[in-house]
Write a protein that binds this ligand. Structure first.
Ligand SMILES: Cc1ncc(COP(=O)(O)O)c(C=O)c1O
Length: 354
């Protein structure tokens, strides 16, 4: 939560998290250099740590998740290529159309189950080599999946998709903005996810609490090319060690605590599920998000959000009747109780007889 707004319960996103004291200290003391000349030792250290954690040869610090996705899309394809991605994915919905407008690619959306695309649906979508058809180049998967409410694409689902990619000579990329949430929730090493994809990104600036930054990871050649693509997109940074210093602390200290966020999300979902007018699919609550349906309240979602705001609870909408709450380091047990009570109050106001 913002320091100026301590009493607010901010469940809009895990991107609202602030750097820890340890991060601020690390930033203060980080050895710095010009990273475009590759002379920033703190950036180099973070990139090496990140590559090792992901089980990839190399890694690159970029400014944001959106930039990480764009750099990776451009690196894995050539203009005019076809990219298979899940219909509700962040790249398609929330990245300003950069996939087409900047990368010049044709996104081919495939509806998946909670973010996981069925391999046979990709097989069907791949057309034979023919002058009429765009060239298929890449499969993208998002893990955890934001619009489905933080659902996990499992390691066996990833394995099956990687087999399709290999069979058809496609690259396989993971938008792993919250991949550590998946790894902590399933209690499997993150490499069990990453080993199935050619390259991936993850975000430092979400539940890991860094103020800025994402990481792209892949083989040496991919990352060398990504360094140039990042430069072209205006993402070559100079004394970027001030960003990387927080990233190092995040990788050292912020991963295991994600379990707390997941427990809070579960508690929140169970509490909400008992409220008249609220529908939550508890099976979807797998990490740090709770997405629920408010159609039973008979209130437009904007009004519901406004009413919660009047009770100092901030949340996001995800479309008609759909509301999302995200737990993170700024959310504690008593915030969960207060939020459930605030929703309960709204429900009682609209259904006084129940
Ligand atoms: C799954 C996913 N990918 C990419 C991004 C983009 O990250 P950024 O906001 O750092 O550009 C987000 C942001 O919420 C996300 O949820």
């Amino acid at each position: 939560m913002g320091t100026e707004d301590k009493e607010k319960i901010d469940l809009r996103s895990d991107t609202v998290t602030l750097p820890t004291e340890e991060m601020l200290e690390a930033i203060r003391h980080a050895p710095l250099g010009d990273d475009v000349y590759r002379e920033d030792p703190t950036v180099r250290k973070l990139e090496q740590m990140a590559a090792e954690k992901m089980g990839k040869e190399a890694a690159l610090l970029v400014t944001s998740g959106t930039q990480a996705n764009l750099v990776s899309l451009m690196n894995n394809t050539k203009r005019g290529d076809l990219v298979f991605l899940e219909a509700e994915c962040h790249i398609y919905w929330y990245e300003g159309g950069g996939i087409s407008g900047v990368a010049g690619l044709l996104p081919w959306r495939i509806k998946g189950h909670w973010g996981a695309i069925a391999p046979e649906d990709i097989e069907v979508a791949i057309r034979p080599k023919n002058i009429h058809f765009p060239e298929p180049a890449l499969i993208c998967i998002e893990n955890t999946h934001n619009r489905y409410g933080g659902t996990i694409v499992t390691t066996s689902q990833l394995h099956a998709l990687s087999e399709v990619a290999k069979r058809h000579g496609l690259k396989f990329y993971m938008d792993g903005a919250r991949i550590f949430n998946a790894s902590v929730a399933l209690k499997v090493n993150v490499k069990e996810f990453t080993k199935h994809v050619d390259n991936l990104m993850f975000c430092l600036s979400k539940s890991l609490c860094c103020p800025v930054g994402s990481i792209v990871a892949g083989d040496q050649k991919f990352i060398e090319k990504a360094r140039k693509t990042r430069k072209i997109l205006g993402g070559g940074m100079r004394q970027a060690g001030v960003i990387a210093a927080a990233g190092i602390v995040a990788l050292e200290t912020m991963i295991t605590r994600l379990e707390e966020d997941h427990e809070n999300a579960k508690r929140l979902a169970e509490g909400l599920a008992k409220i008249n007018g609220i529908k939550v699919d508890l099976a979807c609550v797998q990490t740090n998000m709770v997405r629920f349906d408010i159609s039973g309240l008979g209130l437009p979602e904007e009004l519901f959000v406004q009413k919660l705001k009047e009770n100092n609870v901030l949340v996001s909408t995800m479309g008609k009747n759909s509301v999302r709450m995200v737990t993170h380091r700024g959310i504690e047990r008593d915030h969960i109780e207060k939020t459930i009570n605030a929703v309960e109050t709204i429900s009682t106001q609209v259904h006084p007889e129940k």
